[in-house]
Design a binder for this molecule. Structure first.
Ligand code: CP
Length: 319
């Protein structure tokens, strides 16, 4: 079957998911991102790799970090960046997603960065481009429903490698609302592909997919046991917007049992790092003392996101 992410030469054509991408591709993206972190230190923060290319940010869901860092990354690569304001676009008059795409293609788009509430929307666009022989246009998934958020997964791997150097000796815990989290799915795919020997998920049963063990993780329903001796704690936001019905008693009750406090973090290794993809709900999944504490690397994650997104875009469309 055709892998929509790879072209006929086995090169990255689109970035839609980390599932099924080989370790060599993930490592190549992380390695490519490495020198891009230094561009931020320069007086002129520009490289010509996407000069003349038009990158369209098409976000059907809210975003602070992803949309902005994609824009910064594309601009640092000298691309022209167009942010489609979906709220005031003609999608509100009933135009379909693919008609919108066709119209943006008619404006000479070279790349779409797409966030959509429906799982699979970026695949639909990639298939449409393939079926209409527009092979020079690339799609990057910036988060689709509860399915995948590949660049978040990659920037998380970049952050872990930055602080921990290797993947093969780590115990990593992902904590919270795994069920509704596209971030968790991308993190699990990347961590297992990159050779992390023990990936734990810590959550109440109501916030775990039924087949979670098939993803290659160890399941814990107790914070203290799950956090014991871990090297990396990856917190997740409660995705209230994707919950149907009452899966939890209340945010206060959730915090009492599942919220990351300094006391619970003390179970982890003394040099453990604490990550969160954002946006954070302080006092729900994480205590402010931890979020702002010495072990948190939450803001560096955001900064690394620029270099990682530069790497992805330059590998897809760079000259
Ligand atoms: N991590 C993340 O996707 O954040 P935004 O929703 O702000 O883009």
């Amino acid at each position: 079957m055709r892998n929509p992410q790879l072209n006929g030469h086995g090169e990255l054509q689109h970035l839609l998911s980390l599932d099924g991408l080989p370790k060599s591709v993930l490592t190549a993206i992380l390695d490519t991102a490495e020198p891009f972190t230094e561009v931020a230190e320069r007086e002129v923060k520009k490289l010509p790799l996407l000069r003349g290319k038009s990158v369209f940010n098409v976000f059907f869901e809210n975003s602070t970090r992803t949309r902005t860092t994609f824009e910064i990354a594309a601009k640092r690569l000298s691309a022209d960046v167009i942010n489609l304001n979906v709220a005031t676009s003609s999608t509100k008059k009933g135009e379909t997603l693919l008609d919108t795409v066709d119209n943006l293609c008619a404006m000479q788009a070279d790349m779409f960065v797409v966030r959509h509430e429906s799982s699979g929307a970026p695949y639909l666009i990639a298939d449409h481009l393939h079926n209409t022989a527009r092979h020079h246009i690339h799609v990057v998934n910036a988060g689709d429903g509860r399915h995948a958020h590949p660049t978040q997964g990659l920037l998380d791997m970049f952050t872990i490698r930055h602080y921990k150097k290797e993947f093969h000796n780590l115990v990593v815990a992902i904590v919270g609302d795994v069920l509704h989290s596209r971030v968790a799915r991308s993190q699990i795919a990347a961590l297992t592909t990159l050779g992390v020997p023990e990936v734990r998920v810590i959550a109440p049963k109501t916030l775990l997919p039924t087949d979670v063990e098939r993803m290659g993780v160890r399941v814990f329903h107790d914070m203290q046991a799950g956090l014991k001796d871990v090297d990396v704690v990856m917190m997740l936001r409660l995705q209230n917007e994707r919950m149907n019905g009452a899966l939890l008693p209340s945010p206060q009750e959730f915090f009492k049992v599942w919220g990351l406090t300094a006391e619970k973090l003390a179970e982890a290794r003394a040099d453990a790092i604490v990550m969160h993809p954002g946006p954070m709900n302080r006092g729900v999944e994480i205590d402010s003392a931890v979020a702002d504490g010495g072990q948190a690397v939450i803001l560096p994650q955001v900064t690394f996101g620029i270099a990682v997104r530069m790497a992805v875009m330059s590998m897809l469309a760079g000259s």
